[in-house]
Design a protein around this ligand. Structure first.
Ligand code: ADP
Ligand code: MG
Length: 552
């Protein structure tokens, strides 16, 4: 009995009758199979020619997507090892906004190649060490290979946006959208004292509107508020002082339980007068402050609306709180929650104009911090799809601007890294060298799968790519549309270096985490699904992965 199973002569782990234990090679086989199955499930979506998946949930709702992280999250996997791989996708999404399929596919390939090394009796710790060394070296090489990009490099940034949208719903109008995205991100970028660029996406709002063509999407300097004026006699084009109000312009109910008993018409009249007076006072405070426009987060009483209209004030009510806080960025001033404390400093300044056809107001500030990307599309479905694609591209462009480095896509960066890692392997001694080589091989999965998904011969493509890189073409990648090996950077297939680095490190971490496990102790049965035979997995099952059947 091994050390860890005993403590003071007593068995340390007492397992229930239903529990199951898998050790050493069996544990590794089991885990590697589970992780690889997850990676393989998203591979076919990689690249512009990747296929979509239709996901049907238990309620029968359908999602059609190409997005790695969405697929994995919807698959309802409860296998613990598989979940580690899903975390790779989630980390990648959070840190880079793109590259999730790549990260997961590389993790799966690392494990596949690790399995071969383990079969050759190479100890897992040597594989783990080699993978770690290779990953560090690869990140260092990315730094070497990458090109610098400035916020003013419009064409390059537009290429980055287009590459991230390729193969997604936003693709059809990607040139126009890429222009808007780059302009938008640039509008919310400031240069820090140390010369670095800081992107503040809080100053950028996405608004969607259905009913017009995607090409009519627009970038507005300021905000958009989809509200009607509260009263017909209010102005609809105003330039002047603005008030953001988080208080109802209604009669205050001083005490919830007070019953007012009215015995005579006189009393009724004085009660109504009282209410009128209260509303009049609120409107007077607003008018005297000099406010020309009121954006009210709460309600506005009919009578108050009438008074405001008479004062020539434009008022909108029940404006969303997210709109109010964005309007604060655009117009300045502060959000007032008690009219009695209103001072001139609380007011902002800007112009507000009505678009009758779209039933919304355009709001512009003096020196507006705040731009709105108004996305249009013919139907809700189109607009939703567009919003998903756009928000990824926004993340990718902002990462690129703040990080300042880009690399060539279409497998170019991966093939270059693989070739450099093979050279690096020569300097690594012992069995770790084999692991570094296996790591290099794993990276070439990216161009192989890009080719496969485009219906091209993966082996031929890889041979061509390798020889191009050997003769010094660092940016040689696969153009999936022509099937040719070309300078993908020149062709406009450009990706942020940061996203590649992140994919390398999270894939390596996940693979190493799986490889470190040599003992699985499960409270229940590990093979509940009784699905198809998976590698050498004990019992042939991958607990809980039966739910994937519908998704693949
Ligand atoms: P991910 O979730 O990893 O971002 P994608 O399905 O978006 O997966 O595919 C990204 C891969 O597709 C990257 O390797 C990228 O370089 C490649 N790619 C994008 N556009 C092109 C293109 N026009 N030609 C070749 N490869 C492309
Ligand atoms: Mg992508």
């Amino acid at each position: 009995m091994s050390q860890r199973q005993r403590m003071g002569g007593q068995p340390m782990i007492i397992m229930g009758e239903d529990s199951q234990r898998v050790k050493d090679e069996d544990a590794q086989d089991y885990n590697i199979s589970a992780a690889r199955a997850v990676a393989e499930s998203v591979r076919s979506t990689l690249g512009p020619k990747g296929m979509d998946k239709m996901l049907v949930d238990s309620m029968g709702d359908v999602t059609i997507t190409n997005d790695g992280v969405t697929i994995l999250e919807e698959m309802d996997i409860d296998n613990p090892t598989a979940e580690m791989i899903i975390e790779v996708a989630e980390t990648q999404e959070e840190e880079a906004g793109d590259g999730t399929t790549t990260a997961v596919a590389i993790a799966g390939e690392l494990l596949k190649n690790a399995e071969e090394l383990l079969d050759q009796e190479i100890h897992p710790t040597a594989v783990i060490k080699g993978f770690h060394l290779a990953s560090e070296q690869a990140r260092h090489e990315v730094e070497e290979i990458s090109r610098h990009v400035e916020p003013s490099d419009t064409d390059l940034l537009e290429n980055v946006a287009e590459t991230s949208m390729t193969g997604k719903g936003a693709e059809l109008d990607k040139e126009h959208l890429a222009e808007l995205i780059v302009e938008a991100v640039r509008a919310v970028t400031v240069e820090a004292d140390d010369g670095s660029h800081v992107v503040d996406l809080a100053n950028l709002k996405i608004e969607t509107q259905k009913g017009r063509a995607v090409t009519e999407s627009d970038l507005l300097n300021g905000a958009v508020v989809s509200k009607d004026p509260v009263h017909d006699n209010m102005p609809t084009e105003v330039e002047g002082e603005t008030l953001l109000l988080n208080e109802a312009i209604e009669v205050e109910e001083t005490d919830v339980d007070t019953n007012v008993s009215i015995d005579s018409p006189d009393q009724l009249q004085s009660f109504l007068d009282q209410e009128e007076k209260q509303l009049r006072e609120k409107v007077d405070i607003i008018a005297e402050s000099g406010a020309d426009v009121v954006f009210c987060q709460k309600g506005i009483d009919d009578l108050a609306q009438h008074y405001l209209a008479k004062e020539g004030v434009l008022a909108l009510r029940r404006v969303k709180s997210s709109d109010i806080s964005f309007l604060k960025n655009v117009l300045g001033g502060s959000v007032v929650s008690d009219l009695k404390s209103l001072t001139e400093e609380d007011l902002g300044f800007g112009s507000v104009g009505r678009d009758e056809a779209d039933e919304l107001f355009y709001v512009e500030g003096e020196d507006a911090h705040g731009v709105t990307l108004l996305l249009r599309g013919s139907t809700d479905h189109v607009v939703d799809e567009l919003e998903r694609g756009i928000s990824d591209a926004l993340d990718v462009v902002s990462t690129t601007i703040s990080d300042g480095r880009v690399v060539a896509g279409g497998g170019a960066i991966e093939v270059e890294l693989a070739s450099r890692l093979r050279e690096f392997a020569d300097s690594v001694s012992g069995r770790e060298q084999l692991a570094v080589e296996a790591f290099a091989d794993s990276l070439e999965l990216v161009p192989r799968v890009l080719a496969e998904n485009a219906g091209l011969d993966a082996i031929d493509t890889l041979v061509d790519l390798r020889s191009a890189h050997e003769s010094g073409h660092q940016m040689a990648g696969l153009d999936v549309f022509s099937g040719d090996v070309e300078d993908t950077f020149e062709a406009g297939v450009v990706e942020p270096a940061h996203s590649k680095e992140q994919a390398l490190s999270s894939a390596t971490e996940a693979a190493n985490l799986v490889l470190k496990i040599d003992d699985i102790i499960a409270a229940g049965d590990l093979s509940t699904s009784g699905g198809e035979e998976e590698g050498g997995a004990p019992g042939g099952g991958m607990g809980g992965m039966g739910g994937m059947g519908g998704a693949m």
